[in-house]
Design a protein around this ligand. Structure first.
Ligand code: NAD
Length: 325
């Protein structure tokens, strides 16, 4: 059993809190650095970490990755061997008109982490990136070596900038950095600005939900447990510098995704159609061949199964909210 210490930034968020679950279950020490920013309910993030707080191998640091001094202190005090850098502002639509804030958090924050990581000689650094760096390409499925220099919004532009800076840090200082491009992640604890959550929530609250281009957009929705399998495998194996897609490799039509949720909830959504904004690519579609060949990544969860788990979580969360009202 490993006794490594891993720093998980954004460890109170959706994906980060699942990664913390997995690392603690493996007997590792985890330092979570998160500022509980209010891009969506900070109470949701508190709930994500409730079970971690009592764990003897878990330390929570509430703080901002933009604070260079604090980031250095965290490394100095806890001496992590590995970093899974997931903290970010992650909304494509929310980033429109917020390029400065997204750059400060996503790019400058990542530089602060990379700087401390190379200074303290960490063994491996995972940089979370996104399928949206591929933009509106016709080249499907998306392969890691195809051009990614035409992102459609500030969020993917900052994530692409992080990928490029990661290469510079590897080149200058020999820091092992693996970039993982996640494809539309969903599952229990999903962010409130993500489609799976928004559709369930709108049905339960009997509110309208806006659906772009008659539901014809395709997304390579990937269940969070599958994503975590990829992150853990990449953490275990330093590659120098490399980039991997972590998706499902089977895009689903938005309309079909909504149909499954309606079946699970047992009630139709009140859909309002609208044209897709320029920030939305028509399709995301991961080639997962490289991750599969290099570290055995293999997603297992069907959309129906993953949405059933998500719906179960949503109901439990709503029940808890009601009982604490
Ligand atoms: N969810 C997806 O579909 C998806 C897809 C592609 C990439 N990603 C990437 O995966 C990572 C995790 O995404 P998520 O969906 O779990 O989002 P999330 O918002 O649930 O998690 C991000 C966490 O980072 C924290 N954070 C934000 N700004 C911070 C700051 N300045 N200092 C410290 N902490 C800060 C937030 O409080 C939050 O808990 C992000 O880097 C995101 O860009 C997510």
């Amino acid at each position: 059993m490993s006794t490594q210490t891993t720093l998980v930034t954004g460890g109170a968020g959706f994906i980060g809190s699942h990664l913390v679950d997995a690392l603690l279950a493996r007997g590792e020490r985890v330092i979570c650095l998160d500022n509980f920013t209010d891009n969506y309910s900070p109470e949701r993030k508190r709930a994500n970490i409730v079970k971690h707080l009592d764990h003897p191998d878990y330390t929570l640091v509430v703080g901002d990755i933009r604070d260079r001094g604090l980031v250095k202190q965290v490394f100095d005090k806890h001496q992590p061997q590995r970093v899974a850098h997931l903290a970010a502002l992650a909304g494509v639509r929310a980033s429109i008109g917020q390029a400065t804030l997204y750059t400060e958090v996503n790019l400058q924050g990542s530089i602060n982490l990379m700087d401390a990581a190379r200074h303290f000689g960490v063994d491996n650094f995972i940089q979370a990136s996104t399928s949206s760096v591929y933009g509106a390409t016709d080249h499907i499925p998306f392969q890691e070596n195809q051009p990614t220099d035409q992102p459609l919004a500030p969020y993917p532009a900052t994530k692409k900038a992080c990928e490029v800076m990661a290469h510079a840090y590897h080149n200058m200082f020999g820091l092992n950095i693996t970039v993982l491009r996640f494809f539309t992640v969903y599952g229990p604890r999903v962010r409130s600005d993500m489609m799976a959550y928004m559709v369930m929530d709108s049905i339960i609250k009997d509110e309208e939900i806006i659906v772009y281009n008659e539901g014809s957009l395709h997304r390579d929705w990937t269940y969070v447990d599958d994503i975590i399998q990829g992150v853990v495998a990449a953490l275990d194996k330093p590659f120098g510098y490399d980039v991997f897609n972590i998706g499902r490799g089977e895009p689903v039509r938005l309309g079909d995704f909504i149909d499954i949720i309606q079946e699970l909830v047992g009630k139709p959504a009140r859909i309002k159609h609208a044209p897709a904004p320029a920030s939305e690519p028509p399709i995301t579609y991961a080639s997962i061949e490289k991750a599969s060949q290099v570290f055995g990544y293999q997603p297992h969860t069907s959309i129906r199964e993953g949405l059933a788990h998500t719906w179960k979580w949503y109901q439990e969360m709503e029940a808890n909210n009601k009982s604490s009202d």
